[in-house]
Design a protein around this ligand. Sequence first.
Ligand code: GMT
Length: 375
Amino acid sequence: MKIGIVLYPTFGGSGVVATELGKALASKGHEVHFITYSQPVRLGSFRENIFYHEVSITDYPLFDFQPYETQLASKMVDVVKYEKLDILHVHYAIPHASAAYMAKQILLAEGIKIPFVTTLHGTDITLVGKDPSFEPVITFCINHSDAVTAVSESLKKDTLNHFKVSSNIEVIPNFVPPISPKDSSKSYIRSKYANQDQTILCHVSNFRPVKRTEDVIRIFSIVRHQRDCKLILVGDGPDRYACERLCRELKLCDDVIFLGKVRDTAHVLEIADVFLLPSKTESFGLAALEAMSLGVPVVSSNTGGIPEVNRHGVSGYVAKVGDIEQMANYVLEIIEPKNILGFKQGAMETANKFSLEKVLPHYENLYIKLVQKNK
Ligand code: GMT
């Protein structure tokens, strides 16, 4: 099949999932066309069957805001028409699904029929809670997509609660992106951040308020009173400065390492002992799944879709949002020498349920069904 994938090219989970999905489809022989405004961070180097179409944004002085959605729709029309795509798959409702609907109508007027799948990732749905002005467009796009998928049962439930949905939503969970072979220099890298007796806690996010990154530092501070440990923070975003300030205030600077944005997070995750994800809301928690796949247990909040991923008492523990004392106690329990191996094993086994081989056929089957129906 010839598949167009529309995505945000950034470090966010939706972009990572869309890019890894495209790479996996390409390695199975499908022709994949990524459409977005800059090269997706996880795309990596040249690969067979992968094409990238950049949406260029015209800087025209009349516009205070450049009409990205219009240029994206035009690009989709162009790529579908000239690359003869069979299907479009858009990740994130705003503005990708509305641009896909527009592109579909333009193509229909020219006698070309193309189905499109919309995958909801979470913040596209919860956003409407903050800004109801998006509601009519999101509702329309969900109801006029040829198929809609959500990354967790929890997100499906939220979508049905927030919007008047008349079409079916299929839950296709996120998957563990293939991890490049273990770095032979793992113990060398570990030794650069901690000594052998120290425990490494880790957190990866975009430091937005929803991630509650300051909770990560407070949890670490409690744990550190009882165990010699280090905290590695990966990512960047609006709350980073507040986190740096908090570290100074709590006198943690020597033990907290801010790495900033890292493309290949697996190499950092694999040196960690426990991953922390205390988010306020989270439709899935891809970063936690990546950690689990590397045998790193997770202590997280119990919000949204996280408990579908992080199995309480198996791959780690979940606690109420903001309950940093409980989360710190869970970390201490996991790192007890008698417990750690069981949790590492539990994390890997749970992550295995979200393997690429298990999840990919769901998308492929959906595409096949829609392409055949479209004929
Ligand atoms: O979490 C973010 O800030 C980024 C956001 C995105 O759209 O890239 O992540 C959402 O989609 C991910 C992939 O499906 C999920 O793993 C994240 O849980 C979800 N984030 C939230 O719901 C806050």
